[in-house]
Design a protein around this ligand. Sequence first.
Ligand code: ADP
Ligand code: MG
Length: 250
Amino acid sequence: MQPSELTHQSSTSEPSASRTSGLAETKPTTVQLDTVTKVYGLGETTVHALAGVNLTVLQGEYCAIMGASGSGKSTVMNVIGCLDRPTSGRYFLDGQDVAQMDDDSLAHIRNRKLGFVFQQFHLLPQLTALENVMLPMIYANVTKEERRDRAVDALTKVGLADRLQNKPTQLSGGQQQRVAIARAIVNRPVLLLADEPTGALDSHTTRDVLGIFDDLHRSGMTIVVVTHEDEVGNQAERIIWFRDGKVVDR
Ligand SMILES: Nc1ncnc2c1ncn2[C@@H]1O[C@H](COP(=O)(O)OP(=O)(O)O)[C@@H](O)[C@H]1O
Ligand SMILES: [Mg+2]
């Protein structure tokens, strides 16, 4: 080896340089829970719904959270979704420490960084599909024209370009859930959270919705889905199992 190469080698193998190049190959962390607990109630009725949860979701990952009823799935989902704060521990969302933010800050984070899909769709019945999808952008700083364009884009992504003017009652359950998914992604969230998204759907429609999650995942979306259905869990890249408020191997 030539002396010049040695010089070059030693300069790039400094701790700081190697750490930098290591980071460049690592995907950013979207969700990081460190020793998160959630305790409900006081005294004799205390429930440790989360008993020291460590959990990491990298950018672009598609994860399912599974486990028996009462194992803490909804509680951890509420924490990840900034709908509730941990009793103790740390939560970094997209690099930001959000564990002890006040309600207004959490609402802001939810609107800007997160998209939600629920079992019961939660669409506004008096609004069209297009209007439902435009709604989350009211708080974003975009013109009405751009809101419309982005809503049409999102509805096109979920295969509903021909249903823009339909109201929820004029759509099937699967179509309503697709509107809800369009609404969840229209603000370009860093994380899409789905709590039993296929719980109210038949098996055929379930496959439709899972196909959309696959498409979103391929396009780079980070997805965390809570489910008790094997078909849904197996579609994800990774299953995170919960038992008694903790993450377990299985
Ligand atoms: N608001 C609450 N008050 C008291 N206990 C609760 C509350 N929410 C959940 N729990 C309890 O916390 C534990 C975890 O509940 P949960 O997160 O809903 O589980 P899962 O979604 O896996 O069924 C359960 O023992 C449940 O009874
Ligand atoms: Mg639950």
